[in-house]
Design a protein around this ligand. Structure first.
Ligand SMILES: Cc1cc2nc3c(=O)[nH]c(=O)nc-3n(C[C@H](O)[C@H](O)[C@H](O)COP(=O)(O)OP(=O)(O)OC[C@H]3O[C@@H](n4cnc5c(N)ncnc54)[C@H](O)[C@@H]3O)c2cc1C
Length: 391
């Protein structure tokens, strides 16, 4: 059996990006992770945060650090689409809408440096520019027209994996069950086989602390999210062309902060708009609790509220049907992402620190690659901002 330079465990958005960047740098790479289960309701293995067709893409953010990471990641979307022939990014723009000044001020605080073209909309201008949305009086907005919109996470991963193979890497559809650290190399045992490598990057998302992969449990929370999808008939789509993605905050109650995705075609050929809650409380993160959550249709208490919010936002739309889905985001105590080495320095951690890393995944993968290959963090990043916190 050949020994590769790197094995990346976790074929999600971030692990897939890291594997591609490692291969671009000329190292031998194997990326291991299971494909999306055929039936989520009966699946008993690991789950992921990307079993969906749309995630918001934006540069605007309250923190400089997040703007830097997402801007750099988004700049690579079009080249990756061109290289692979897989289209995953729709540049329909991003709107932040709220009746509170602090949210809009916070979201535009970094705009001078990262998106100076940001547009501001009064209540009247919002209604004129985005006539399909109905906002309560007092809502205003800021708009990022370019390098913003949504990405299809499944297609993004397909593009990352195809590019990895173009650069000589290998993709393995399997689940890791153990990591054995030998003196000369590391053996990665999977359900179906085993592999050897010199170094290994762990990027297993919400399942970071589950199974026998992590050398030492990390301080990493899991937040359950419920999203409601409203099916839209094909006849109604022309009136919604150019509809942006949105963060929508009415008042200051964090549990009522919403996000919105415009019509997106899902693998079943139907088009859905989606609404979900941006924040939430952590859940138990043992394997059984996560599986039970992913087997559910989301939080029954939140489904009627989200459905009503969607109807109120789009009063001119007649929905064919609504359904709800469960998902999880991951959190670190500081809200930062983890890119670090474990005590055995051949093992690296690469974990998202918040529920907004689909858009940033490519840059996180790049930073991890630079760290793993060169021992340092590329400018403008600081190692201290990505340090692991253990349980
Ligand atoms: C409802 C919801 C809405 C969101 N909205 C947005 C948004 O609008 N914009 C945005 O940027 N982000 C958004 N996110 C966040 C984004 O989806 C996550 O930040 C991103 O998926 C994290 O990527 P990841 O690679 O860390 O994790 P994942 O995508 O979950 O990938 C981890 C992978 O590890 C694999 N794995 C686990 N254990 C093992 C093992 N033992 N062996 C092998 N593989 C293993 C899993 O199968 C999985 O594929 C949202 C998330 C949710 C849930």
């Amino acid at each position: 059996m050949s020994i590769v330079d790197f094995i990346v465990i976790g074929r999600g958005l971030i692990g897939s990006a890291a594997a591609r960047h490692l291969a671009i740098q000329g190292t031998s790479v194997t990326l291991i992770g299971p494909s999306e289960p055929a039936n989520l309701k009966t699946h008993t293995g690991v789950f992921s945060s990307h079993y969906d067709s749309a995630r918001i893409v934006r540069i605007l953010d309250t923190l400089t650090h997040n703007c830097q990471i997402s801007k750099a990641a988004i700049e690579r979307f079009k080249p990756l689409e061109t290289e692979t022939g897989i289209s995953f990014f729709q540049e329909v723009g991003y709107l932040a809408a709220s009746n509170t000044n602090n949210f809009l001020e916070d979201m535009s605080a970094q705009a001078d440096s990262y998106y100076p073209e940001v547009g501001s909309f009064s209540f009247e201008q919002l209604s004129e520019r985005f006539p399909y949305f109905q906002f309560p009086k007092g809502v205003r907005g800021i708009f990022q027209a370019k390098n913003a919109g949504w990405l299809d996470p499944r297609k993004n991963i397909a593009a990352q994996n195809k590019a990895l193979e173009n650069h000589g890497g290998t993709v393995v559809n399997d689940t890791v069950i153990a990591i054995e650290k030998g003196k000369q190399y590391i053996t990665i045992k999977t359900e179906k086989s085993s592999f050897k490598c010199k170094k290994c990057i762990l990027s297993t998302g919400a399942f970071a602390n589950i199974g026998n992969t992590i050398p030492r449990p990390i301080d990493y929370g899991v937040v359950p999210h419920t999203a409601v999808l409203g099916e839209i008939s094909k006849e109604q789509l022309p009136s919604l062309v150019g509809m942006p993605t949105m963060s929508y905050r009415l008042g200051d109650e964090p549990n009522k902060f919403l996000y919105f995705l415009p019509p997106v075609e899902y693998p079943n050929g139907k088009h859905y708009v989606k609404i979900g809650h941006a924040l939430g409380d952590e859940m138990a993160k043992d394997k059984q609790s996560l599986q039970d959550w992913f087997h559910s249709n989301g939080d029954k208490g939140k489904i009627p509220w989200l459905t009503e919010a969607l109807k109120e936002l789009l009063p001119s739309i007649t929905f064919n049907k609504f359904h709800s889905v469960p998902c999880v985001t991951t959190t670190s105590p500081s809200g930062g992402n983890y890119i670090d080495q474990f005590k055995d320095e051949r093992l690296y951690a690469l974990f998202a620190g918040g529920g907004y890393c689909a858009k940033s995944a490519d840059e996180l993968g790049y930073i991890a690659t630079e760290f793993a290959l060169n021992g340092g963090f590329p400018a403008p990043y600081n190692r201290a901002d990505f340090k692991l916190i253990y349980q």
